[in-house]
Design a binder for this molecule. Structure first.
Ligand code: ZN
Length: 92
């Protein structure tokens, strides 16, 4: 594997997070998920760590959280950010 791809791998599972690139509030990332500032988590593993479903208010206003500016985001991430169709996705 090319070394530069490592940074896209979720720290908790082998999933590539390239389409689940997002920013959540520090209180969620550092305090609830106990994550260091560097590192990637896929949506499912982040929700596993915090023990709840992500809400639209958990995400910052960073441009990568905007589905219109980041059209390749996964359907799961999009549903969490927008709060639309959330019930179509259940935690594994
Ligand atoms: Zn993961």
């Amino acid at each position: 594997m090319h070394k530069s791809k490592r940074k896209w791998i979720c720290v908790d599972c082998p999933r590539n997070t390239k389409h689940e690139h997002y920013f959540v509030n520090n209180s969620v990332w550092c305090e609830e998920a106990k994550m260091p500032e560097t590192g990637m988590l896929c949506v499912q593993c982040l929700e596993g760590r915090i023990g709840r479903r992500l809400e639209p208010s958990d995400f910052t206003d960073a441009f990568i959280n905007d589905p219109r500016k980041n059209p390749t985001m996964s359907d799961l991430l999009r549903s969490r950010i927008t709060g639309v169709n959330n019930d179509n996705f259940q935690l594994a």
